[in-house]
Design a protein around this ligand. Sequence first.
Ligand SMILES: Cc1ncc(COP(=O)(O)O)c(C=O)c1O
Length: 358
Amino acid sequence: MIPVTRPFMPPKKIFDAYTEGIWDRCLLTNDGPLVKMYETEMRERFYLENFTFVSNGTLALQIAIKVLGVQGKVITTPFSYVATTSSIIWSGCDPVFCDINPESFNIDPEHIEEKITDDTTAILVTHVFGNPVDIEKIERIAKTYNLKVIYDAAHCIGVEIAGKSVLNFGDISCLSLHATKMLHSAEGGALVAKDAETTRAIELARNFGHDGPENFGGLGINAKNSEIHAAMGLSVLPFFDEILEKRRALYMQYKDSLSNSGVKFQSLGSNLKYNFSYMPVVFSSKSIRDAVHEKLKEHDIYSRIYFSPSLNLLDYVEPISMPHSENLADCILCLPLYYDLSHKEVELICSLIKHNLS
Ligand SMILES: Cc1ncc(COP(=O)(O)O)c(C=O)c1O
């Protein structure tokens, strides 16, 4: 069986060495030494302004919306994972969808301004599959209309533009460290904020608002992460370069092998250090995509129709048409890509796809 993804499992003895300390200290959570160590190591390794570890990427988005005081309408992308839209609605705000550019898969910044009204307070957009949005343009619009910017950077660990981590942009960038992400802590997420004041507000918000045992510095929730998750994160982190190299080689093999077969690839931005977080391919129609998806399944190979549905079609949002996003959701397939995947397996997947397309 070839799954679409598999978590990177660090050598067990590394994880065991961290957990031994947990047993010695008998301290499982509440800002323990491993959480602190993980935050420091992630910040230093990826040259981040700051890094606040939380229990998952979805809560990172919800905390970002809260601490920035975002209310009313939020301009967002319809092509993302459901957590992007659901977090906006969960927080009592209204998503205002702006269609994507079908080449980059990201929100098309040329159409953002026409969506802005007096009730708009923020732009919350996803760097889809780790491909950065047009940050310069988005931040120019945000400045002009005095809007907050939150990036759903769930897929972006290690991604740099012009030598700078993409997580360092926006008022807040939100990362996922879920087991399926290229770098993970089993479950986990993080917020990278633009200043110390916002970081402090995030630290309070992730721990019920506690500012000392009996004092509260505002509204909070429980989004703390545990020592066990930090131990997993610390055990995986040293393998980042090795994981990246492996994924790069597999991604390139897919691209070379499928380049003249009629499938399209995501156009990546320029001046980019990419992390090869996903292997999305786009077919010329939904029926061809579905046929390939089924054919792979017959061979015990599991690709994923991802992202789908286009988020403007969720039954809890105001109906609106987003043709580019809907078309992409109909034609996209994410192919298997993970550390343990072999070149032989990629060869088999590509030959099955090509056979189906010929
Ligand atoms: C674009 C995007 N945003 C948010 C999330 C939510 O992250 P988490 O699973 O850590 O809650 C995901 C998870 O896959 C995602 O892909």
